[in-house]
Design a binder for this molecule. Structure first.
Ligand code: NI
Length: 272
């Protein structure tokens, strides 16, 4: 990786995660801006982390928030009026720009039953439609049910950490959505992700970290952060035969468009 300073946008991160407890203020306040990070969309995963994600957006000019109930976080602690609570968070700040991270996870056996996950996901997709907000969707081993709900609700949004086939990516793009790609594409065994990185139209591709998870090579297994996005962009550029900067610029423009950031990023108070 050369030393050029890139302009970096990260469409999906979890800076409220415990992995950042030691040095969060330094990382967000100094390290990321010094490395060219200009925009981060930070995900909520349960009602408690929705509060911390909105807090991070309030504190850091270039951080924006998504709030939502993640499929791995659906349990008995979810109050009956959770959708009303979520709506309060969605309306709590102009820097809340999406509903996420929401979706279906059939990988872990201790997740809520599939029917319950579909209920919670559907309610949030419907809310996104009513509020005109994009969604950040998690789909792990649940391609068929995810696609059928997306076909039904037709949200604006992104399938993050996309793990489907190139064919599925085509269908998601036809539905009007974006494909999120992160560190996985740099892994040695990443045959499917490489095919997707080649097939997705450049105007539908979003770069992401999923920090602290999914670090790209050569940092695989270490804590991830948004400054590592160029490693993922470099790999996608190599697959497509274009420059790293072209990939970054395309993704940055897509992130601005999907999350309606034009007015927000241009406000001086959010840019200093
Ligand atoms: Ni995530």
């Amino acid at each position: 990786m050369d030393q050029e300073l890139y302009t970096i946008y990260d469409s999906h991160a979890h800076y409220d995660a415990e992995a950042f407890d030691e040095d969060r203020a330094w990382l967000l306040g100094q390290w990321l801006p010094l490395n060219g990070v200009k925009c981060v969309i930070n995900m909520g995963t349960r009602l408690r982390t929705c509060a911390s994600t909105v807090g991070l957006a309030d504190l850091n000019p270039y951080v924006f928030a998504a709030v939502g109930i993640h499929p791995e976080e659906i349990d008995d602690s979810l109050p009956e009026n959770w959708l009303d609570c979520l709506k309060v968070w969605l309306e709590s700040s102009p820097k809340v720009v999406a509903i996420g991270e929401i979706g279906l996870d059939y990988h872990w056996e201790d997740c809520a039953p599939r029917q319950r996950q579909m209920e919670v996901f559907s309610a949030q997709l419907a809310l996104a439609g009513r509020m005109g907000l994009p969604v950040c969707v998690h789909d792990r081993d649940a391609h068929a049910d995810t696609l059928s709900l997306l076909r039904h609700y037709r949200p604006q949004g992104v399938l993050h950490c996309f793990s489907g086939s190139a064919e599925m990516a085509r269908e998601v793009v036809e539905l009007g959505m974006y494909i999120g790609l992160g560190g996985v594409v740099t892994f040695k065994n990443a045959r499917k992700a490489v095919e997707v990185a080649r097939a997705v139209p450049l105007d539908r591709l979003l770069l992401e970290t999923d920090a602290p998870y999914m670090s790209p090579e050569p940092y695989r297994g270490k804590r991830n952060d948004s400054a590592k996005i160029p490693y993922t962009a470099e790999k996608i550029a190599e697959i497509r035969g274009i420059s790293t900067k072209d990939v970054l610029n395309a993704s940055n423009a897509n992130i601005r468009r999907l999350f309606n950031l034009e007015g927000l990023l241009d406000q001086p108070s959010f840019n200093t």
